[in-house]
Design a protein around this ligand. Structure first.
Ligand code: ADP
Ligand code: MG
Length: 223
């Protein structure tokens, strides 16, 4: 981890990231402040539902930027404990389903019995959330995402498959590099976090992507 941090420093990434985070968090704050000022000046009987919705979204976005940044930059050791990937997925299911509904997509789980391995619960949750969010964001309505788990040779595989438009070819070779994004509202930090989490679990991330959809494979070693 020290060497990873050194690498980040040598590329001046921390400084670059700090500047970018400040910028990214300031945008939502400016938006929310603007609305509050508008409320202050407006008559009380105006219906604010739409503005409140936007304000909540903006605050959520600022929050997720900070969360992703912290999980990328923090120099902590993973808290690896024996656990089962399927248990984490089952706990997350209601959240992931609710998220799918918000988008208008569907989510299906196809888990199969897999052995326990060493996992950092929080980190794996973050990895799954980031991959599933990307899947939701890549799909036309109504899209469908399938999360699979299975054993394969000496690996446990977590598979997240979407029916989205595929990863743009110009960014495929640099997936996982911080701030690589093709989205107006993107942070470009989600996959960077995933690759770091995988590294900490000695897992590898692979993907298969075409215009018909994308599948991410996270392969954990069972030894
Ligand atoms: P963000 O989601 O904030 O853009 P990420 O690091 O999560 O940042 O993803 C980086 C980029 O990779 C996205 O902007 C998108 O272009 C591409 N990408 C990631 N996952 C998918 C996917 N499932 N389908 C299509 N493109 C994807
Ligand atoms: Mg993302």
């Amino acid at each position: 981890l020290d060497s990873e941090l050194a690498r980040f420093e040598s590329l001046n990434l921390i400084g670059e990231m700090a500047a970018s985070i400040a910028h990214e968090v300031r945008n939502p704050m400016t938006a929310v402040r603007g609305y509050l000022q508008f409320f202050q000046r407006s008559p009380k009987f105006v219906d604010y539902d739409e503005q409140l919705e936007i304000m909540i979204n903006e605050i959520d976005r600022a929050n997720s930027i900070i969360t992703e940044f912290l999980s990328l930059a923090k120099n902590k050791r993973s808290e690896l404990e024996i656990g089962n990937l399927n248990d984490i997925i089952n706990v997350m299911q209601p959240l992931l389903q609710a998220d799918a509904m918000c988008f208008g997509h569907s989510l299906r789980l196809e888990t199969s019995p897999i052995p326990d391995i060493l996992l950092d619960n929080k980190e794996i949750r973050q990895l799954i959330l980031n991959l599933v969010r990307n899947a939701y964001e890549a799909m036309e309505l109504p899209g469908s995402v399938i999360i699979k788990t299975y054993s394969n040779n000496d690996n446990i595989v977590l598979e997240i498959k979407d029916t989205g438009k595929g990863i743009p070819s110009e960014i495929r070779h640099k997936l996982g590099t911080p701030f690589v994004t093709t989205k107006d509202q993107g942070t470009g930090l989600g996959l960077a976090v995933c690759y770091r989490v995988a590294e900490r679990h000695t897992a590898v991330i692979e993907f298969d992507s075409s215009l018909e959809g994308t599948t991410f494979f996270v392969k954990f070693r069972t030894e």
